[in-house]
Design a binder for this molecule. Structure first.
Ligand SMILES: [Fe+2]
Length: 360
């Protein structure tokens, strides 16, 4: 009897479903393709139905239903962030709490109800499993890859706590070995500048990448001097005095706007050379982090295969440079030469290594 696994991503952005049969992808779809609601965050009922129909099965034939993150761990981050920054952040907390209390805290029972009512499967809730956000990302890149062994680098805004993680995949095993935690996030830095440039966060990042070639990265050094400290191995630390996303309702604050000498651009207003240059600058900083990190990982593990996942890995320009320029150079160099090259790339701030090791 074949083993079916249904994967669900929902209630954040770009809800989607995927169906695997004996480890092979049978069908996958994003909910917005059916509802025509851009970035639809609702439960992906249409996408799930499509996947089941493609396989010619019912939900009751599916042995495991995997959800893409652990809601309670995410809630823990929210509470812990509030407690460490209170009384700052009370507005954000007051806005976030009702939706958690009304629904997000009870996602398992809410989804079980949908499976029971819409898919005629009262037992589905008992077959649900919850994976950590970055493990879901890493699995999505490693398992469909052609590699038996690979380093898996996941970079996004934030999952539960992790914003960047390194895993090693070997055969069927995928083990996370270290991570960088919220609020230090390359994805949120990129999103902060996306918002500053007048685009929608978690949506307009591709526009920033597209604007970058029209500008000069004249703010990149300032960004690396003030906003982000990048260590030799690509790990990084953000100076949260310039950002509002931990406790406020915006991504950037007055200190950030003063640093660059311009207020945040309002949506649909005129784009100027300043905006192009900001886009070019954050793109260069992003590439610096990714190049340094991928080179250092190759030097440390001497594994030639690299899988990348997460929203930052959707930055195909940075990807191309990491996987093309970096790895082609790496493949011809000893690990020591590669590490040396990474170190001499730019003088850093005093090295702040903030990797958190994951106990095995
Ligand atoms: Fe993510």
């Amino acid at each position: 009897m074949p083993t079916y696994i249904l994967g669900i991503s929902a209630y954040f952005h770009d809800s989607a479903a995927v169906l695997l049969c004996d480890g092979k992808i049978v069908a996958a779809a994003q909910e917005e393709r059916f509802t025509r609601v851009k970035h639809d965050a609702g439960f992906p009922s249409n996408a799930t139905r499509y996947c089941l129909d493609e396989a010619g099965i019912e939900l009751s034939d599916v042995q495991h239903i995997a959800y893409f993150e652990k809601p309670l761990l995410k809630f823990e981050r929210l509470i812990e962030t509030y407690l460490t920054s209170a009384p700052r952040g009370r507005k954000t907390f007051a806005i976030a709490m009702p939706s958690w209390i009304k629904g997000k805290l009870f996602q398992k029972s809410n989804m079980a109800k949908i499976f029971r009512d819409d898919f005629n499967d009262p037992d589905a809730g008992n077959r649900m499993v919850f994976a950590q956000h970055h493990d879901s990302h890493a699995a999505s890149a490693f398992y469909p890859s052609p590699f038996d062994e690979a380093i898996v680098l996941t970079m996004d805004g934030v999952g539960e706590w992790a914003t960047t993680s390194v895993s090693v995949g070997r055969g069927k095993e995928l083990q996370r070995i270290r991570e960088i935690r919220f609020p230090h996030s390359l994805g949120l830095l990129y999103s902060a500048i996306t918002g500053y440039l007048g685009f929608k966060v978690n949506s307009g990042e591709y526009k920033v990448m597209g604007l970058a070639p029209y500008g000069e990265p004249r703010f990149a050094d300032l960004m690396e001097e003030k906003l982000i400290s990048i260590a030799d191995d690509g790990s990084f630390w953000l100076d949260m005095r310039y950002f509002d996303y931990v406790t406020g309702l915006r991504m950037t604050n007055k200190a950030f706007h003063d640093l660059f000498g311009e207020p945040a651009r309002t949506s649909e207003s005129q784009l100027t050379q300043f905006h192009f240059d900001m886009a070019a600058s954050i793109q260069k900083v992003t590439e610096n982090v990714m190049l340094r990190m991928t080179r250092a990982l190759h030097a440390e593990f001497a594994i030639d295969n690299l899988c990348m996942a997460g929203g930052v890995a959707l930055n195909c320009v940075a990807n191309g440079k990491s996987c093309g320029t970096a790895t082609s150079r790496i493949s011809g160099s000893s690990p020591q030469q590669v590490m040396q090259a990474a170190r001499s790339a730019r003088p850093c701030w005093p090295t702040i290594v903030i990797w958190t090791p994951i106990a095995s």
